[in-house]
Design a protein around this ligand. Sequence first.
Ligand code: SAM
Length: 248
Amino acid sequence: MTATPAWPPKSLPRLFVATPLAEGAVVELDGAQVNYLGNVLRLGVGGDVLLFNGSSGEWLATIAEAGRKRMRLRVERRTKPVEAVPDLWLAFAPVKRAAVDWLVEKATELGVARLMPVVTQRTVVERVKGERLRAIAIEAAEQCGRTLVPTIEEPVSLAKLLAEREAGRTLYFADETGGEAMGTAFMAGPSMILTGPEGGFTAEERDLIRAESNVRAVSLGPRILRAETAALAAVSGWMALAGDWRSL
Ligand code: SAM
């Protein structure tokens, strides 16, 4: 006897909506989302869609009205609670736009809760387009099944990041000049990973960071990784050693 396929099937489209979700609620869609559902997926009235809003989990909704430019969905029931995302923040020195886009998309898939661009002495890119990065994070969350979208902060200086860090949040400083192995350094609990720009950290910055309390300098191995590679390698290591990849 074939097993009853899980419901909802993985193949249902997942959309982020910035509106409250509850049983019986009506959600209006327009623009790109209507085009995607109507023209790309050829869905119409009665079609099923998964919705999430970043704060109340994932919900199954049915298309109740379908026009060329607008759709109205009725929310049926919750299919997933809000995910328990590991409390990991990634503070990264922004690099070139394509690499930052890629970093934000991959960090979202990997389960990072907050992304914090940090301007260091050798950071060449001081501005990031928050709206664009948020759209990338939303699209990555839609694709990978997350019900929370990581928050993306405005860029801050390294000094401000260190001054405002809560004492209980361990700072894992990816230091290309050497540090502890991930296996001994990474621990569960409120954490922040910090990686530098193409030109790395200056000696002065390195001393400043290492002088902080609750900081651990971590090595990402014997090779020098590109800034975006280093950020994602560190996040992956933390997820495997201290995050929610341990208890699958
Ligand atoms: N200074 C070198 C350069 O000019 O290419 C390397 C900088 S590296 C591209 C950028 C950042 O990635 C570093 O500041 C560090 O945070 C991280 N990183 C790269 N390789 C690393 C390693 N083997 N161990 C620890 N962190 C590393």
